[in-house]
Design a protein around this ligand. Sequence first.
Ligand SMILES: [Zn+2]
Length: 128
Amino acid sequence: MAGSNVEQSEYNNTEYQRAYRHENSDKINEYRRKWLAEKGYPYRESGKEYERLHPTKAKARIILHNAVKEGIIKKPENCEECGKEGEVIGFRYDDNEPLDVLWVCRRCFYYKNKAKQEEVNEQRRYVG
Ligand SMILES: [Zn+2]
C-alpha cells in the first residue's frame, strides 16, 4: 500500500531527527558545561545526563526519595542548619550512605555543597 510507505518514511525521518537531536544535545551539553565551568558557575545536568555522570549520586537520590515516600525517613519542615521553615532538600556528605542526610533549605544546601566541593578539590590537590 502506498499509504504505508509514506508512514514508513515519516517514521524513519522522525527516528533520524530524534537521533540527530540526541547527538546534538550531547554537544550542547558539553559546550554548556565548558562554558559554565569557565565562568565558575555550577553545572546542572538534565535528569538522564545526571544519572549517566553520577550513577552513585543518582541511585542515592532514588533510594532517599523512596525512603521518604514510604515514611522510613521523615522530612522536617525546618532547615536543620539555619532553622528556616519551608522546603528542605536532603544534603548528603557521602553518596554511599544515601539515607544519611541533613535536611537543609536551598540556601544552606548551596553553601554546604560548595564547602563539600572545596573539600574534594583540596583532597585532589594533595593527591595529585
Ligand atoms: Zn537553611
